[in-house]
Write a protein that binds this ligand. Structure first.
Ligand code: NAP
Ligand code: MG
Length: 501
């Protein structure tokens, strides 16, 4: 039965009511040593619903030291792969059991729809734990037939490689998919046998703290997963600069990613960066305009545009441009908006006042630069950080709104006449996270795919994800890949062993 806040699960309400949340360090739920705290705000009504610790450098030191100890102790360090696999599978089962609770936490903390979070954030997250659990028992090196030119002819050798966990992992994640990003980082790290310190975004830490409770319930040895809350400047920065960190896995803005990459090199920490994007969609002239409009609306308005791979630049062949734009406007105007706990709402508020201001400034810049606003363009007249789905059209894609990552429900639609021109313009971006092509001319599509400078190319779809398919960027969109076997590999070192027989 829903109560007045819309929360249906008693355990969600109990978790929210706890108010003064604690973080998980070395198997203990603790406050920051100096008791500093950050407010938790519900973006749907701008009210403070609790607070979380702001971990200080001393707290970070403590977490790193527990993570290092856990790595060296037999309980984790010598745990059999099948036992690691079983713990990960058990964790996935608990996530499945509590899926609705986690989805509701995302709704009150991030603003997204609980129903969508249930299917997407939690659904993909638990699927990913199961996928990575399988890899724990399939980590392998190779035997090598060596020649060793300087050795005498009678000498014999045996050489092989073994894969070993990279060590203590610092995982820093953003606020757009709080729970899913936590899963993307923790699952491969644990499958590989690493220990982890996770820092969720200060705006959205609740679901990560709840995941900490599940990790405790599963029975991972203390210190294997530590979840520390706090802001980027204090907590995140202390974590990334700590010499005890062996790998940093970061998802967030390109600007912070660049700083983290530099800090990582000082300690030679391995680094994976999944950063910003300005992903183009190219709609060829043979494409059904209805299908293109439906696809583009999904690609930009899903998660309120707060998606690193959002289809935020839409290139449409001029012959179907007007039809696609007018249908897109209808679709945008029909999206029901409301709090994430209202099951009739598809689009909720943006995550924070800061993000609302950022998005509104971009909309203003689009207007000033002369793009044509065809729908939206303002915040919704109600409490909460709501922005209407917004669509601009423009011949000119050198505008700020067509080049910079907005991270909100703002689309720029641009006509093109010739396919090569569309590909050139799509590639003319500092980013290269993803792109999509919409057409049934498969031989043409196959010729375009190698030309697109993007880590993922979707055809007749956008934002399709699977646990087994690597995801990450070209150019300023990042380094390395999340998901798939490539993600597992990035949490492993290769040790070469060479024996004279
Ligand atoms: P952000 O600053 O890059 O934050 C991502 C994570 O990094 C958060 O946990 C953040 O902590 C932490 N962080 C910030 N500064 C840090 C530092 N100096 N050292 C270590 N960690 C640090 O992103 P944002 O401010 O949330 O969003 C800004 C813009 O980034 C968005 O508008 C969007 O364009 C882009 N973005 C991209 C993605 C993506 O998936 N590619 C995701 C989110 C945002 P705190 O937030 O707690 O301070
Ligand atoms: Mg919040």
């Amino acid at each position: 039965m829903a109560n007045k806040t819309g929360i249906t699960e008693q355990k969600t309400q109990a978790f929210v009511d706890c108010q003064n949340h604690r973080m998980l360090i070395g198997g203990q739920w603790v406050d920051a040593l100096n008791n500093k705290r950050i407010e938790v705000i519900n973006p749907a009504n701008e009210t403070v619903i609790g607070n979380i610790p702001c971990a200080q450098p001393e707290d970070v030191n403590k977490a790193v030291s527990f993570a290092k100890d856990a790595l060296e102790q037999d309980a984790w360090g010598r745990m059999r792969p099948s036992a690691r696999q079983n713990l990960l599978l058990k964790l996935a089962d608990l996530i499945e059991r509590d899926a609705r609770i986690i989805a509701e936490l995302e709704a009150v903390d991030n603003g997204k729809s609980a129903d969508i979070a249930l299917a997407v954030d939690v659904g993909l997250g638990l699927e990913f734990f199961r996928y990575m659990a399988g890899w724990a028992t399939k980590i392998e090196g190779s035997t090598l037939d060596v020649s060793v030119p300087m050795a005498p002819p009678e000498a014999d050798f045996f050489a092989y490689t073994r894969r070993e966990p990279v060590g203590v992992v610092a995982a820093i994640i953003p606020w757009n998919f709080p729970f899913l990003m936590a899963c993307w980082k923790i699952a491969p790290a644990l499958a590989a046998g690493c220990t982890v310190i996770l820092k969720p975004a200060e705006q959205t830490s609740l679901s990560a703290l709840y995941l900490g409770q599940l990790i405790e319930e599963v029975g991972f040895p203390a210190g294997v997963v530590n979840i520390i809350t706090g802001d980027g400047q204090t907590t995140g920065s202390a974590l990334t600069k700590h010499p005890g960190i062996n790998k940093i896995s970061f998802t967030g803005s390109t600007q912070v990613g660049q700083m983290i990459g530099r800090a990582a090199m000082d300690n030679m920490a391995r680094v994976t960066l999944e950063l910003g994007g300005k992903s183009p969609m190219i709609v060829l002239k043979d494409c059904d305009p209805e299908k293109a409009a439906q696809g583009a609306a999904q690609a930009i308005f899903f998660n309120h545009g707060q998606v690193c791979s959002a289809g935020s630049r839409l290139y449409v062949h001029r012959s179907i441009f007007d039809t696609v734009v007018s249908r897109l406007v209808e679709l945008a105007e029909a999206i029901p908006m409301g709090p994430g706990l209202d099951s009739s709402a598809q689009m909720g508020p943006l995550v924070s006042q800061v993000q609302l201001d950022r998005v509104c400034q971009y909309i203003e810049s689009g207007r000033k630069e002369g793009a044509r606003l065809v729908t939206g363009g303002e915040r919704v007249d109600r409490k909460g950080y709501y922005v209407k789905p917004t669509i601009f059209t423009s011949e000119d894609d050198s505008l700020v709104i067509a080049r910079e990552e907005i991270f909100g429900p703002v689309l720029v639609v641009i006509p093109f006449d010739d396919v090569d021109e569309a590909v050139r313009r799509a590639n003319d971006s500092p980013y290269g996270l993803a792109a999509s092509i919409w057409s049934n001319d498969l031989s043409l599509v196959q010729r375009l795919i190698p030309k697109l400078k993007a880590g993922t190319v979707w055809v007749n779809g956008h934002n399709m994800l699977d646990a087994g398919v690597p995801f990450g960027g070209y150019k300023l969109s990042g380094v390395g890949r999340d998901m798939g076997k490539q993600s597992l590999d990035s949490y492993l070192e290769t040790k070469s062993v060479f024996m004279a027989l």
